[in-house]
Ligand binder design. Sequence first.
Ligand code: GRF
Length: 197
Amino acid sequence: MIRVPDSPRLGVLASGTGTILGAIIDAGLPVAAVIFDRPCPAVELAGRAGIAAEIVERDSYGQDFDRVAYTNRVVEALKGHAVDVVAMAGFGTVLSAPIFAVYEGRILNTHPALLPSFKGWHAVRDALAFGVKVTGTTVHVATEEVDAGPILAQEAVPIEPGDTEDSLHERIKAVERRLYPETIQLFLQNLDKGAAP
Ligand code: GRF
């Protein structure tokens, strides 16, 4: 494991409403910067908290999207804020190899299902459609293979009669807003400290 400074700087990647980002900020974690892939409500949230916010805007959502070039732009933005550890919080773009080389073992993600079940962007919808009675959330180390890295924490969320994708996702996110900041905190505490990466 690469050593990080005594006070590691956290970079958050976000895209959406930003409630998970809000929970990370409220938990008092050392967020140095938030990077977004598009304009979204979470940008204002970071601004209100006085945290550096940078939009590294995707130039394409089509087949011509250059994922490696885009990933390099995100890495440069993170480096520009001297980020040591990255937390993904609903980031809507799958990143490719360069970020996993630079930040190997230091990128965390929260996923709204009990991995390895229901990988991918529609995890809540897929769990509901499959008819499972229990789903949940997983915090894991992100690797180049999507939703497949080592699991750090999991918590179950029962599916209730009449649940919709939105109602279930909101109950899962209520757990994520507690479990993810707690797990990031533990991860930061357990890192090998004492030197610049
Ligand atoms: C969370 O459920 C996260 O696990 C998923 O996207 C959602 C982000 O929620 N990847 P929010 O935009 O922070 O409210």
